[in-house]
Design a protein around this ligand. Structure first.
Ligand code: BGC
Length: 761
């Protein structure tokens, strides 16, 4: 008979205090990627004595079985659960989360999470530390690579799709894994873009910008969340009872697990809010953090704290109950080995279907920023219109960087390099000449830092040849070819955890390469590998066609060849503003108006930068949020509203026609933004409220409609972090529709509703 909650009650009744505390201990056996200096020891011994509840970072089915067998030797035989950082794929690596968000295709996002779940579950993983849904408006922060970007609405849709994909609607399925929304919360707003740094946010911004993706993930049924490393308005999140327990659990109804981040409980001492390990453990547990990751402060101190009357056993029981309930939902009490057994039978790893999805994801995520003279797509190889391609840059034969950051189980050996993909696509019809052209970076100290996670293969290898010799070889290859494709960018660990940058430009050796390639006069396609928005002002001038390919994962070679040759369209749209330069960040299209708004170009005594050239937007960067071209030519008809006044439960329908005037099929991401020009507080100039990705055959038109309700008009009026009140205010609202956040057409409507709302939590 299937175990149920009565079973949990019975089990809890039989557990000693120390067994309950043991369930709250989450460890890693170490090895490979570690993100902190503390590592757990004596893991096997601790399992056998009931002092571990879950393990993360176990890399094989065999190891999972060995650890689970040990748990079966304990008095109560409570199974372990296994977690892993599956961030954008397990073995089949998909484009980075930021890139997947750039697809604006939530069916695709969901499908990638489903594949990742199946691959991970097949080696016995029960929980993944994903999706990361930290809204981030400062691309200096390296972890923007793992995030869905700058916008709470896009991030919310991403959160739902990922949770649905991972959990598959039923966590007890052997191919389902528990999602973990992270990092809760505010982590994307650290001072100076530095990782782990302090975050100060008004309560309303917390509710309007930071929390929506967590709430969306909660409503999609996410089984767990992870606390974040930062302080929020002075209170470290691992000790933040107001936000974790009073707001998220008690007011918003979250019932799942709360996991600490790596040594996050222990770090309460360094944060200056706990005097010692016992104090840290007590604060963490009281805040509502159920599982102590790596620190082992719960294990070492909670029993003593109960005896000393500093903490009640009931709090420990409550946390333990949530751990046991998670194991119950995961089907582990019925059969601790069911994922392993299913995986052995199904063997869902790196299948042709998984690779196909990864290949499609590359095109869907790639953003075309410029395409002068319709240089892309390149002519069909057999057309005779192109005889040779110079494929240049430090990434063209690379496997190690292609998976990007946080691909802990992904292997470079399974990656299709860009050169292989292109060669395969053109066959004998087109000659391809390859040259490295430049090192990713020239500084050896920087290379050492960027190679931090490379045990076998290095991602940054400084060539024994001089920079000049490499450039000469590349220039000769370009001169002898019809078109140059230069692949440049960041090393994979230039973004990711603890990889903040003070500069957002392409490293200088690669810029020099591009300048030399431009000087050849040959048509130049520039492909950018990156984990963050970069400042691409010079590259925009140098390139005839400019693509942002992020880090595309296992199938990058095939996927990019599809894009270059027009077998697939680069249909991504920027999920975060690409600034003109680093001095513009933090930056977002959804900024509040100032009392002295910039008229577009610089004008003295308006908000902006005196040293930004006139053709650069002062506050939405070089390329705005939502921007991206396609291979079609899309024209927008005028947006029409079926009514211009609404009140109560009215629904306003906004309709417009988009037409592909081009000869190639295309897909267009139609975006709808709302602005509230007069309100009791100064509201962001525009906020994304809906989008639709539509396929358009050559010369075809499609009618797109959006429904707007009062919920799309309201905003937080929170005065404290736990205040969930929202309000839509009567008056004018501007509905903007267009291909990106900058180039929109506007219709004004009137909301005639009650002045105070508080409708939603
Ligand atoms: C990261 C988390 C990750 C954890 C476990 C931490 O350093 O912040 O995102 O899940 O390590 O690897």
């Amino acid at each position: 008979m299937k175990k149920d909650t009565d079973f949990i009650d019975g089990l809890l009744g039989r557990m000693t205090l120390s067994e309950k505390i043991g369930q709250l201990n989450l460890v890693t056996p170490g090895g490979e990627t570690l993100t902190g200096t503390v590592v757990n020891t004596d893991v096997a011994e601790k399992i056998k004595t009931g002092r571990i509840g879950g393990i993360f970072g176990v890399k094989s089915a065999e190891a999972v079985r060995v650890f689970q067998d040990l748990a079966q030797e304990t008095r109560l035989k409570i199974p372990l659960f296994f977690a892993e950082d599956v961030i954008h794929g397990q073995k089949t690596i998909f484009p980075l989360p930021l890139a997947l968000a750039a697809s604006w295709d939530m069916d695709l996002v969901r499908a990638t999470a489903r594949v990742a779940a199946q691959e991970a579950a097949s080696i016995g993983i029960d929980q993944v530390y994903s999706p990361m849904v930290d809204v981030c408006r400062d691309p200096r922060w390296g972890r923007i690579a793992e995030s869905p970007g700058e916008d709470p609405f896009l991030a919310s849709r991403f959160a739902e799709a990922m949770v649905e994909g991972y959990q598959g609607g039923d966590l007890s399925r052997p191919d389902a894994v528990m999602a973990c929304l992270k990092h809760f919360c505010g982590y994307g707003g650290g001072m100076g873009g530095r990782d782990y740094d302090a975050v100060d946010l008004s309560p309303a911004t917390l509710h309007d910008v930071v929390l929506p993706p967590f709430v969306a993930g909660l409503r999609a049924g996410a089984g767990s969340i992870m606390a974040s490393f930062n302080t929020l308005n002075g209170v470290p999140m691992h000790a933040n009872r107001a936000v974790i327990t009073e707001l998220f659990r008690e007011k918003l109804g979250y019932e799942g697990l709360v996991v600490a981040d790596y040594t996050g409980i222990l770090e309460l001492i360094a944060h200056g809010v706990a005097s010692d390990r016992a104090d840290a453990a007590r604060l963490g547990l009281s805040a509502g953090v159920d599982l102590d990751m790596v620190s082992e402060t719960y294990l070492d101190t909670l029993e003593q704290s109960v005896k000393a009357g500093l903490i009640g056993e009931a709090e420990i029981t409550a946390a333990c109950r949530r751990v046991l309930e998670a194991k119950l939902k995961l089907g582990l009490f019925d059969d601790p080995y069911h994922r392993l057994d299913w995986g052995r039978a199904a063997q869902p790893i790196l299948t042709a279907a998984n690779r196909k999805l990864a290949r499609e994801a590359v095109a869907a995520a790639t953003v075309l920023l410029k395409n002068d003279g319709e240089l892309l797509p390149l002519p069909e190889p057999k057309s005779g219109k192109i005889g040779s391609i110079a494929l240049i840059g430090p990434f063209v034969e690379d496997r190690v960087n292609m998976n990007g950051t946080w691909a802990v189980a992904g292997s470079p050996s399974t990656v299709v390099p860009i050169a292989d993909g292109l060669r395969e696509a053109v066959g004998n019809a087109v000659g391809i000449t390859i040259a490295k052209g430049a090192n990713i970076v020239d500084e050896s100290w920087l290379a050492t830092r960027l190679n931090v996670h490379d045990w076998k293969d290095l991602s940054v290898v400084i060539d024994i040849r001089s920079p000049e010799a490499m450039i000469s070889e590349a220039v000769a290859a370009a001169m002898a070819s019809d078109v140059t494709v230069a692949v440049i960018g960041e090393a994979r660990e230039y973004s990711g955890e603890s990889s903040s940058r003070t500069d957002l430009s392409i490293p200088e050796p690669q810029k020099k390469l591009l300048r030399a390639l431009k000087a050849t006069g040959k048509p130049l396609v520039v492909v950018v590998m990156t984990g963050r928005p970069l400042s691409l002002a010079e590259e925009t001038l140098l390139a005839d066609a400019l693509l942002v390919a992020w880090f595309g994962g296992t199938e990058i070679g095939h996927g990019l060849a599809d894009v270059l040759l027009g077998k697939a369209e680069p249909s991504g749209r920027l999920p975060a503003t690409f600034p003109y330069c680093v001095g513009q960040v933090p930056v977002t299209y959804a900024h509040r108006p100032t009392g002295r708004p910039t008229p577009g170009r610089f004008q003295k005594f308006t908000s902006g930068y005196v040293d930004l050239p006139d053709d650069v937007a002062q506050n939405d960067g070089l390329y705005p949020f939502g921007f991206g071209l396609g291979y079609g030519k899309v024209a927008y008809g005028p947006p029409r509203a079926n009514r211009t006044k609404l009140s109560g439960d009215d629904r306003l329908e906004m309709t417009l026609t988009v037409t592909n005037l081009g000869d190639l099929p295309t897909s267009e991401t139609v975006q709808l933004y709302i602005g509230d020009p007069v309100a009791s507080v100064s509201r962001p100039v525009k906020e994304l409220k809906a989008f639709r990705k539509v396929a358009l055959a050559p010369h075809a038109a499609a009618t797109v409609s959006f429904v707007i309700t009062a919920e799309d008009l309201d905003f937080s009026v929170a005065e404290t972090v736990t205040d969930t009140r929202r309000r839509a205010e009567s008056g004018a609202f501007d509905i903007h529709v267009g291909p990106n956040s900058r180039d929109t057409q506007m219709v004004r409507i009137i909301w005639d509703g009650p002045q105070s709302g508080g409708k939603r939590s």
